[in-house]
Write a protein that binds this ligand. Structure first.
Ligand code: ARG
Length: 587
């Protein structure tokens, strides 16, 4: 099922080609109009085409004449009212109301909302979350987790086979410190790792760090402990394993709470491959010795003195680094896991790292560069615009943030909707609290820093989860009032009787959903989707205020308006599910 924009674009393309002949057009053939005054869609190619025709003919060509020539070839009466030429040569199109109503209802009745799966599904690996396992997850891990999950959901909906991977930091130097701490304070643990337990990961880390900072002797021992670990010493590995499992258990509690599926395959899994990776780089002549270390000199990387800057793959002490592990992971993912595409979601500061490993992987023929993509996100700031911290300046544990979100949403629900059961408040607190945290993050362009503000998150008006959830609940409330499920009315009633301005506006918004989706998956940009849901909710609000429903005498019109509300509910529910937010029947 083609969207109305796509159908009209096909027709306009034919007319444009008829006029353009061999001339190639660079600009978009048809775009949504910014201002409803100019109809729904605009064709702006006349200017470009006039310039090119003029060049070919060696004389000035008037864009309005080109527009007129295109108009003569247009056969769009099935879809659009008579097009109009405006300004220097724009052609404006207004969709016919009956075409719109017909498309919208057909689309709404389709469980995929008229969005086809991709013709060639691929195996797409999304690498996200990836906390370093030493502490519990804190707010610094939130964005990768939430954005990565949405990206995975987008790819799944597109019909791809998605591998959701958690590349946890389970092998770094922090483990030397922790292991040495265990050796010093709990020597029994090394003999009986099965009895070793960690009561509180945070306290444990803090104490170990204190010892590390206070004693040089401990520091040296910690460094040796990393070597023991990485060289496979059994007893060391056994406690390390207990530690990782405990830490991962905490992570998965959070994933469970956020309704996020992900499989762990940490840095340690690539340990055995690192040596080979570096050997291969050396024998291919790509890695060179540099100040005792081994590095790859890529074009375009310079230090501040304008000297070539290597990407280090092996340190002078023989140790491997973050980049080496990622190279091994890329090779493994393409060769063994048969991945077609790889998407990484990390903070924006890692951009250079990924540029470099992508480039090296291409040089080595491990994977083509354009099959890998890095999504870099900005920082999560507090309402004051500074990095998000606790009142005393500490890092905020994710567990605490989510608990606070739930309790605040619960309080709000009690204010907004008195008289519900405890069970219902609990459900609302969970969905609106966690949904609110996700929504605050995803409603902004991913690349920029964003301010997390409790008041904004819980605002009942504006581009917020609460506003969308309340709109959805309002459509469900209509079902209760009308004594008929408005959602099922979508399948039973059409929208042809709806001709009021606010109704048409709302139907157009619904009908544009598949076009919006194209942008969302092209840019992997959740905010484009949430923005659309927000506009839809807002247009529903205007419809609600200007088009009476329950007091209508005309029963058929009433049914159609109820069906329209049901349709809005369908799009909102679908859209929220694409970012892992659950809807509520009451709010
Ligand atoms: N552990 C890393 C961090 O905390 C994120 C891992 C991202 N994935 C990767 N393959 N490098 O920044």
């Amino acid at each position: 099922m083609k969207s109305l924009l796509a159908q009209l674009r096909d027709k306009v393309s034919l007319a444009v080609s008829a006029v353009a002949g061999d001339i190639e057009i660079k600009g978009a053939i048809l775009v949504p109009s910014q201002n409803p005054k100019f109809g729904d869609y605009q064709c702006n190619v006349s200017m470009e085409l006039a310039g090119k025709l003029g060049k070919a003919r060696g004389e000035k060509v008037n864009p309005r004449q080109v527009a007129t020539a295109i108009m003569e070839k247009l056969e769009v009466s099935e879809l659009s009212e008579e097009p109009e030429i405006a300004g220097p040569g724009f052609i404006n199109f207004k969709l016919k109301n009956d075409v719109l109503a017909d498309y919208a209802i057909t689309m709404l009745r389709d469980e995929r909302l008229g969005i086809a799966k991709v013709a060639n599904p691929e195996r797409v690996l999304v690498d996200f979350s990836g906390p370093n396992l030493a502490k519990e997850m804190h707010v610094g891990h939130l964005r990768s987790t939430i954005i990565g999950d949405s990206v995975a959901r987008f790819m799944e909906f597109e019909g791809h086979e998605v591998l959701r991977m958690n590349h946890v930091g389970d092998w770094g130097t922090q483990f030397g410190m922790l292991i040495q701490f265990i050796r010093t304070t709990r020597p029994g643990a090394l003999e009986n790792p099965e009895n070793f337990e960690i009561a509180d990961l945070e306290d444990f880390y803090r104490e170990a760090k204190k010892m590390f900072d206070e004693s040089d002797e401990f520091k040296d021992a910690a460094r040796r402990a990393v070597v023991d670990l990485q060289s496979g010493d059994e007893a060391t590995l056994a406690v390390w394993k207990v530690f990782c499992e405990e830490s991962l258990k905490h992570c998965h509690e959070i994933y469970g709470q956020l309704d996020i599926k992900i499989s762990d395959r940490g840095e340690s899994a690539y340990n055995d491959m690192l040596k080979d990776v570096v050997e291969d780089l050396k024998s291919a002549g790509k890695a060179e010795q540099t100040e005792g270390a081994w590095g790859v000199f890529l074009d375009g990387y310079k230090n501040k003195d304008d000297e070539p800057l290597p990407t280090i793959v092996q340190k002078s002490d023989g140790g491997y680094i973050y980049a080496t592990t990622d190279l091994a992971a890329i090779r493994y993912r393409f060769a063994e896991q048969k991945t077609d595409k790889l998407i990484y979601v990390t903070d924006a500061r890692q951009k250079t790292h990924f540029d470099q490993v992508f480039e090296i992987s291409e040089l080595m023929d491990w994977a083509p560069k354009d099959s890998m993509r890095h999504i870099g996100f900005g920082m999560m700031l507090g309402a004051d615009g500074k990095p998000f911290k606790t009142r005393t300046g500490g890092t905020v544990k994710l567990k605490d943030l989510l608990a606070e979100a739930e309790s605040r949403a619960g309080e709000l629900a009690r204010e907004l909707t008195p008289g519900l059961s405890e069970e219902e408040y609990k459900e609302i607190a969970f969905a609106a609290g966690l949904g609110g945290v996700k929504y605050s993050d995803l409603s902004h362009g991913v690349a920029t820093d964003y301010k997390f503000d409790w008041n904004k998150m819980l605002a009942t008006d504006g581009n917020t989860a609460i506003y969308i959830l309340m709109t959805f609940a309002r459509t469900r409330g209509l079902s209760r009032k009308a004594g008929v499920d408005v959602d099922s009315l979508v399948d039973a009633t059409d929208l042809a009787r709806l001709t009021e301005e606010q109704e048409i506006k709302l139907i157009k918004k619904i009908a544009s959903t598949p076009d919006v989706w194209q942008g969302v998956v092209r840019d992997l940009a959740p905010h484009l989707l949430l923005n659309h849901l927000y506009e839809l909710a807002r247009d529903f609000g205007s419809f609600w205020n200007s088009c009476p429903i329950m007091k209508l005498e005309d029963e058929e019109l009433k049914q159609s308006r109820l069906a329209l509300a049901g349709g809005v509910g369908r799009v909102l529910k679908w859209g929220l599910s694409m970012v892992g937010i659950q809807t509520l029947d009451k709010l």
